[in-house]
Ligand binder design. Structure first.
Ligand SMILES: [Zn+2]
Length: 130
């Protein structure tokens, strides 16, 4: 079913994988092309459709740092639900070294929530920084 609200090109910027640390056993690669609605968990990526992207930035009090959340609303044809894939970055603006690189992303983690941001489906993993 085609729906004009779908914004397929958002897939180009959504990382395909997250990683989960497994202690001494290294890390596990987790596909982000699946439905994270707990009752569904469909892995059929042809049934997943990004709808929109929202960015939310929160200043951390008393620190030159911010939390930036990039949320992608995704529709799943399998369960007919929408859910959010949320990428949360901790950005440290405190540049102490001489080469002024500007933003320094310390950590980026991924989790999923429902379409209303009310229910957290849990942390999926982290995004590997270059
Ligand atoms: Zn689903």
């Amino acid at each position: 079913m085609k729906n004009s609200n779908y914004n397929t090109e958002l897939w180009d910027e959504i990382p395909p994988y997250a990683f989960m640390a497994l202690g001494r056993r290294g890390r596990e690669q987790i596909s982000l092309r699946e439905c994270f609605v707990p009752s569904c968990n469909s892995t059929d990526e042809d049934k997943l459709h990004p709808i929109k992207k929202e960015i939310e930035t929160t200043q951390i009090p008393d620190k030159n740092a911010q939390i930036k959340k990039v949320k992608y609303l995704i529709h799943c044809d399998e369960c007919s639900n929408d859910f959010h894939l949320v990428f949360e970055q901790y950005i440290n603006n405190e540049v102490r070294n001489e080469d002024d690189e500007g933003l320094d992303i310390v950590m980026e983690k991924v989790f999923a929530t429902d379409s209303e941001n009310k229910e957290n489906y849990g942390e999926i993993g982290f995004i590997q920084q270059k």
